[in-house]
Design a binder for this molecule. Sequence first.
Ligand SMILES: [Zn+2]
Length: 344
Amino acid sequence: MKERLEALKLEALQELSGVQSQQELNDLRIKYLGKKGPLTEVLRGMGALSAEERPVIGQVANDVRAAIEAVIEEKQAGYQQQETENRLRAEMIDVTLPGRPSQQGAVHPLSKVIQEIEDIFIGMGYTVAEGPEVEQDYYNFEALNLPKDHPARDMQDSFYITDEILMRTQTSPVQVRTMEKRQGEVPIKIICPGKVYRRDDDDATHSHMFTQIEGLVIDRNVRMSDLKGTLLQFVQEMYGKETRIRLRPSFFPFTEPSVEVDVSCAMCGGVGCRTCKQTGWLEILGAGMVHPRVLEMGGYDPKEYTGFAFGMGVERIAMLKYGIEDIRHFYTNDLRFLKQFLHL
Ligand SMILES: [Zn+2]
């Protein structure tokens, strides 16, 4: 029996020396030390031994078990160490690696230009007024001296929702609403930024939706020279101190007299270039003295009060400022386009 035990030990130790994995080690532990293993079987057979033999064989059996256990323990410790090392390596953080750059958002170029224009006028004492984009015909046209049969309505093809409700074609209804709200009080000094809608076919310079900023001033003794001075100060803050303006007679139903305002081309300084079509001037504003009829409809006595109004397209100003060639870029949300304005 002693020989059997020794043989068992040898066999076990040999097999253990060739162990390759935790799984194999577990299998061998069960094979040699488990309840159904050969060692248990030997010990179970001890009852048949004589009283003298029993302690001797018992001692040998214990030694064999201890020897096998020792090797298994040792191997087990090795695996645990290995496992710990693996885990540490897997979880290791290399603090010297550069971080992943996070995606940075930016203000949309149109919002940027609106903010810039707002800042300039707020600096001149204006406040910002807003109104609905779905508007009543009355505010969009009639109160602005454009009665239903007025031919100038054709200038602004509109999206009508009902006979009386439409998508506003201009931000001017906000001026009417402000006059109504102020009930004859002066001064009014507002700018109204916002989206407007016209039935235009979209191309590089036209969009069925675009952004306007309009201004309105009403007070006693407001003159054309005040309008000119205000606009000159605005364009000089927007495009630089050397910028000049030029007023040309024009027609709008809600102003009288009306002017188109040209600004000296910031690209070429007025010499002539592709942007200004070699004229040295860029047309960016419409303006004029508020029509007496509009004042009257807004609740202001045109004999006592005068005012001026002006309006500009934000897209056009942004396109000139940043050299953007197609108005559609503003609305297609192409990140390649928008990302160019991250650091401007
Ligand atoms: Zn030019």
